[in-house]
Design a protein around this ligand. Structure first.
Ligand code: ADP
Ligand code: ZN
Length: 756
């Protein structure tokens, strides 16, 4: 940027403010300022931090304030990330300020400490100061902090010198947390080389073909989206790793996104073995300051590979050469608050803006993604067989209706009988569990509901104990000794008597993982039973230990929720049981069948990944549902085709696009009236413009299925259209029609995932 042209700066601050603000750049700062740097600016009586998104030579504004200080010696966002931010802002109908708040680590103020290390080698210098600084650094093997360097070389523009040295490769700058003795998190960057299995696997022919297509694209350069559809245990991860190696060999970097819960120690080990000391791991347990340290290390090119969940899609990798989205169908890629972006879709757009390929991988691709292949937008790569031609597991369906009828007439398994039993573990499953245990094999039991019982209901008056803040029931957690809300985490002590009629006649309804864990301990005598779900302890160390002992074969039966379904490749597992497979089928959501099919496939896929064939027992009250028929035959394409027909008939995605509005507020009457007012205004605009009238359908308003959440009442409005441009334009109107107020707030969700 020419200094002349950098007289004014357009600055975005982290707020819903629609327009960027314009400030004058003081002459002394014109050399240093660039697009993507953070600045201190006066705003009213306050001073705030903002990000420069544009530099201008002139402005028509007259009253203009000056930037107070420039906070970064290099941009925190490069031009491509700024373009991505602009795209997100337009597509997801959010202001740039809101988008930057989403992209950047929390709190715009960094607190990390910079340490400078000298690199070995000979370098030429354009400035004698550079040589002096490098000499000083070479004398200190543990590097030097920025503060020390400032003290040693007072009066010099140390920032500029370091930038020169860094770009010539003479030094490396690392970010770390000040005053932290615990180095565990940072160790992610500096792990010693893993004693790799050095023996390189020979790829299967299907892996070979898939990799070949990707490798071709990588060597020719440019953007392309691949959908890698490979059955569970077919070696998709191996394909990603090989592609990432090729990227590194060409001096570029890769980004791999995974659902948060499949960020397992096993995957991190695999990455560390291939890219020793060059892997950055972004996980949800990082503090804001740790995130900043990672951010700068990534931006400086200190890592070759970044792995992380949804928000890692914004990792500021320079020379990005490949983006991988594993389990691309996973709902956790969708952010459900604030800016409601879909990490998978943003990954594809980022690939396009960067000009690099994107791999979406799944055993059960999202309908939208698979359809994109049929339309020629994505290129389909298939792996139809497991490695070593291992068979897919044998799946059996147990009809829970017949099971409970049979139980009543079978004295041997009744509560009064000899065999210990649980109504939700069928005879068939009990038998299989015991046999599997006797053969010293591992079993996985899946139930997508944590806690002990679903809720408490009074036998006398029928009262159900609910959350005070949400319109949902409270779940009984026996170990924790409380009734908990799974939405807002409100807790109250377990009670014996009904809060309404005061009779001691509360009974437990519904079953959770805690109860199954307890029962299986009795049913399978001697077995080591453990449980893994979100209650297992939020502490990362505890979960990691549990997963390691599961992988090490020290647990015989693992009971858990979705967490156990992802990313685990444990060869000892030969039996998987899904206890209540219809749970997700009954949600009021047009994706319920698809979600169930994906979830059960994934659970089933944990079985038989080693030398022994696997077995899966799926228990359901609706065995005739088409989901189970296609599950039995491992027929993704069959499921896809039928489901697609339903979507076409009802004109749901991928045959239409949706935008949902949620209007929420503290008073139910206000929310209702605001929602109705908004709908009426929208309908007026709709009727007045043939473009909208012809293309867009307005549904609602109506109370949301979860009518109250975290103390706020909720109403919904749904827009549906064949094409996205007119839909976004129309949805944008809503922002002006319902201004922010204390009474009601509008949340816009483009391509919504959750319909609750
Ligand atoms: P997916 O991601 O499709 O579930 P993975 O890549 O995790 O499958 O592979 C499953 C297991 O098979 C892993 O233990 C992996 O090391 C192994 N594997 C992958 N490819 C091969 C191969 N070509 N030959 C032998 N083993 C392989
Ligand atoms: Zn609640």
């Amino acid at each position: 940027m020419l200094i002349e042209a950098a007289k004014f700066a357009r600055v975005v601050i982290p707020s819903p403010l629609k327009q960027p603000l314009t400030y004058a750049v003081p002459p002394s700062a014109r050399q240093q300022i660039s697009v993507g740097t953070r600045v201190w600016i006066p705003l009213g009586r306050r001073k705030v931090i903002g990000v420069v998104i544009e530099l201008l030579g002139t402005t028509s504004l007259t009253e203009i304030k000056e930037i107070e200080a420039i906070l970064d010696e290099r941009p925190i966002l490069d031009s491509k990330l700024i373009r991505l931010a602009r795209w997100i802002s337009q597509y997801y109908i959010a202001t740039l300020g809101e988008v930057l708040t989403t992209i950047l680590p929390s709190s715009l103020r960094p607190q990390s400490k910079r340490t400078v290390f000298a690199r070995a080698g000979a370098f030429s210098f354009s400035d004698m100061w550079d040589e002096k600084i490098l000499e000083a650094l070479r004398e200190s093997s543990r590097g030097m902090s920025f503060e020390t360097l400032m003290r040693k070389f007072p009066g010099d523009d140390i920032n500029r010198a370091l930038r020169r040295l860094e770009s010539s490769g003479a030094i490396e700058i690392r970010e770390s947390m000040p005053g932290r003795r615990r180095r565990s998190k940072e160790a992610n960057f500096a792990k010693p080389a893993h004693p790799d299995s050095a023996t390189r696997l020979a790829l299967t022919s299907e892996q070979e073909i898939a990799l070949g297509a990707i490798a071709d694209r990588l060597s020719h350069g440019g953007f392309e989206t691949f959908l890698l559809h490979g059955v569970t245990g077919s070696g998709k991860t191996e394909v990603y790793l090989r592609a990432m190696e090729q990227v590194r060999e060409s001096g570029r970097r890769s980004l791999i996104l995974i659902p948060e819960i499949s960020l397992t120690p096993q995957l991190i080990d695999r990455l560390n073995a291939r890219f020793p000391g060059r892997v950055g791991v972004l996980h949800s347990a990082l503090s804001g300051a740790e995130r900043w340290a990672h951010w700068w290390n990534i931006a400086r090119g200190n890592v070759d590979v970044v792995v992380g969940a949804r928000s890692a899609v914004f990792a500021p990798l320079p020379d990005l050469g490949l983006i991988v989205v594993d389990e691309e169908h996973d709902p956790s890629y969708k952010q459900e608050e604030g800016v409601r972006y879909n990490g998978r879709d943003v990954a594809v757009v980022r690939g396009k803006l960067t000009g690099c390929p994107v791999i979406l991988g799944s055993a059960t691709p999202a309908l939208e993604s698979y359809e994109n292949c049929l339309r020629g937008r994505y290129r389909l790569l298939e792996i139809t067989k497991r490695i070593y031609q291992r068979p897919l597991p044998q799946i059996d369906i147990v009809d829970l209706r017949a099971e409970s009828a049979q139980r009543k007439s079978d004295p041997a398994v009744s509560p009064a009988g000899k065999v210990d039993y649980h109504p939700l573990v069928s005879k068939r499953l009990v038998k299989a569990l015991i046999e599997n245990y006797q053969r010293a094999r591992q079993s996985l039991i899946f139930l997508n509901r944590r806690g002990f019982s679903n809720f408490l209901q009074c036998n006398t008056c029928g009262h159900v104990i609910r959350c005070s803040h949400c319109s949902v029931t409270l779940t009984l957690h026996l170990k924790r000794g409380s009734l908990c809300c799974h939405h807002c985490d409100y807790r109250r002590p377990i009670t014996d008597s009904c809060p309404e009629c005061k009779n001691a006649t509360l009974r437990e309804v519904g079953v959770g993982t805690e109860q199954i864990e307890q029962s299986l301990q009795r049913i399978v005598t001697g077995a080591r039973v453990a449980r893994l779900d979100r209650d297992t302890s939020g502490k990362r160390g505890v979960q990691e230990k549990l997963i390691r002992s599961w992988e090490g074969g020290e647990i015989d039966i693992l009971v858990g929720t979705q967490i156990i379904t992802k990313g685990h490749d444990v060869s000892g597992v030969t039996l998987v049981g899904a206890l209540l497979a219809d749970l997700s089928l009954n949600l009021p959501d047009f994706r319920a069948a698809e979600r169930t099919f994906q979830l059960l496939n994934q659970v089933a896929g944990r079985s038989g990944r080693g030398d022994d064939p696997g077995q899966v027992i799926v228990q359901t009250y609706a065995p005739d549902h088409y989901v189970f028929q296609y599950l039995l035959s491992h027929d993704y394409k069959g499921f896809f085709e039928l489901e697609l027909e339903f979507r076409r008939a009802l004109s749901y995605p991928p045959f239409s696009r949706l935008v949902s509005f949620c209007i929420d507020g503290p008073k139910v009457a206000d929310v209702e009236s605001q929602a109705k007012k908004l709908a009426a205004h929208l309908r007026e605009r709709h009727a007045a413009n043939s473009k909208y009238r012809d293309q867009i359908e307005i549904l609602g308003p109506a109370p949301a299925p979860i009518a109250k959440l975290r103390g706020r009442y909720r109403w919904q409005l749904l827009l549906k259209a064949k094409q996205i441009p007119a839909l976004l334009e129309f949805a944008n109107l809503a922002r002006e029609l319902l201004p922010r107020s204390r009474k009601a707030r509008l949340h816009i969700d483009v391509d919504p995932f959750s319909m609750l």
